[in-house]
Design a binder for this molecule. Sequence first.
Ligand SMILES: [Zn+2]
Length: 310
Amino acid sequence: MKVILISRKHGGSRSLELGRWSRALLSLCCLGLPLGMVALGYFVGQESQARDLRDNSLDSLQDELATQSTELEDLRLEAERKLQAMTLSLAELQARMTRLDALGEHLTAMADLQDGEFDFSQPPAVGGPLAADFSVEYLAPDLTGELEHFAERLTEREQQLEILESLLTHRKLDEEAWVSGRPVEKGWVSSGFGVRADPFSGKRSAHYGIDYAGKAGSNVIAVAGGVVTFSGNDRNGYGMMVEVSHGDGLVTRYAHNQSNLVEPGDLVRKGQPIALMGSSGRATGPHVHFEVYKHGRPVDPSSYVRRTRR
Ligand SMILES: [Zn+2]
């Protein structure tokens, strides 16, 4: 192959004889260059597409991450809110506990229990149902444990207070049934228990009660709580009489009443008016004939009238 090169300046020409290798080089230049350009373009395009793809997936990843972190924040806030709520309820439990303790100590003092029977720093020696379950799995274990512990202590206190209450109630009932004091609000002893001259016959006779004289129509009161076992007119000289049974073998009688205020079977309380003073039956004037029976035998009421609580 021969290539002729013409110079514009001088109009002269030169010819070049191209060998086999030169030809190959020239064709490579003429064909290879555009092909290379096309290939390069293709690769560049590919590259930018890949970059786009990468960018896109990165964007979505970032979006996802943002969503997740929002959710995480929500969860954290929710957990914080619940924790706050639990902390509040724990504080409330503690306040209740303190109040129960104070009440317990007060009641213990009131009941004169100083032998450590109700030591509020110790759990009571009684069984009972388990404390209510606190189902808060998502909480820190120590807070959950703390709550359970408090629930248990509350249950213990409640049991102690229940026992204490029933004890006090029984003691109160005891006190109610404790025969003591006078059967009148106002009045004086006009005749004592024992042998005396009968006010009607003048003969020596036994007087199985105490007479309290007073104003007709004034209140005759029960000396202790109990059940009315008789209320009516007794034909053996008692006149209008009320009989009250106090349990433990103790019975009291209130005789010569103007009228009775209670019916058999009535529950009466200590100090409750049960009749109005009168002079029914064998009586010379308004008074109440007061008798105390212990296991069916009349006893001197004065010891009961005078006696004080244990
Ligand atoms: Zn009498």
